[in-house]
Design a binder for this molecule. Structure first.
Ligand SMILES: NC(=O)c1ccc[n+]([C@@H]2O[C@H](COP(=O)([O-])OP(=O)(O)OC[C@H]3O[C@@H](n4cnc5c(N)ncnc54)[C@H](OP(=O)(O)O)[C@@H]3O)[C@@H](O)[C@H]2O)c1
Length: 249
């Protein structure tokens, strides 16, 4: 049987853990050649071995997505080595939550640098390739936090609101080129994301929210991404919002 993504090349940013790692495994299982990017090269190498031991193909490229030159290099190296790029999953992200009042301004910059500028740099670099091919698919990982603002989450909210605005605007700009743009909006997913929170109160809050319910797992989101990117070319799944069953908001 021919897998749905045979001959396709998918770049996944933030593939060294969590949702990105699960997505790389899911898209490779559908037959895609996956280009896996993040800063932690050892984690990427281990993931590439895992994918290859299951019969897939993976190319790890160490990338700090906040550096425009490295983001460009990721896209161009993937295209040069694998001959094309069909899917870009802009997944790399940080959620350094905490109140705006008295907040940590370097956390704010880091969130905008990774969640917004990193996504934009990779998108900017891949669009000429997609336009020349006459096809392509960008999947932007937003969040429930891109739809509902909460006290103590405002700057993360702002970055994900930005992701939604960028995605919808871009969708309208490039639809005539047969380029699809999909927004994925997960609720609480059990990953490493909260390990990096610097504000102790915010960390306690998010850990309590996760503990109170049965959270999503990375594979739950990976399945949604695989669904979106395996539709026929005339179908653009614009947006998928997925909460754990027990998450209220
Ligand atoms: N977990 C949730 O509850 C949840 C809910 C909604 C949305 N999301 C979104 O889902 C996405 C993935 O998060 P996750 O939950 O899977 O968290 P995670 O396990 O912490 O993964 C985040 C990934 O982003 C990468 N990353 C961070 N900074 C980077 C940089 N400067 N350059 C390149 N890569 C960078 C990390 O790799 P390195 O550290 O190796 O660079 C890691 O692979 C994020 O966009 C997040 O906002 C998560």
């Amino acid at each position: 049987m021919v897998a749905k993504l045979d001959e396709k090349v998918a770049i996944i940013t933030g593939a060294s853990s969590g949702i990105g790692e699960a997505t790389a495994i899911a898209l490779a299982a559908e037959g895609a050649k996956v280009v896996i990017a993040a800063r932690r090269g050892d984690r990427l190498e281990a993931l590439a071995k895992r994918i290859e031991s299951s019969g897939g193909q993976a190319l790890p490229i160490v990338t700090d997505i906040t550096d425009e030159t490295q983001a460009n290099n990721l896209i161009h190296k993937a295209n040069a080595e694998l001959g094309r790029v069909d899917i870009l999953v802009n997944n790399a992200g940080v959620a350094l939550t905490g109140n705006i009042d008295g907040g940590n301004t370097s956390d704010w910059r880091r969130m905008f640098d990774v969640n917004v500028f990193g996504l934009l740099y990779a998108t900017h670099a891949v669009l000429p390739i997609f336009k020349a091919q006459g096809s392509g698919h960008i999947v932007n990982i937003s969040s429930v936090a891109g739809r509902i603002a909460r006290a103590g989450v405002g700057i993360y909210n702002a970055t994900k609101w930005g992701v939604n605005a960028i995605s919808e605007s871009l969708r309208q700009e490039v639809l005539q080129d047969n380029i699809r743009v999909t927004i994925i909006e997960p609720g609480l997913v059990e990953t490493e994301i909260n390990n990096h929170v610097t504000d102790p109160v915010a960390k306690k809050n998010v850990e309590a929210r996760i503990k109170a319910i049965a959270p999503l797992q990375s594979e739950d989101i990976a399945r949604a991404i695989a669904y979106a990117v395996t539709q026929p070319p005339h179908v653009n799944v614009n947006e998928i919002l997925i909460r754990p069953t027990q998450q209220e908001r």
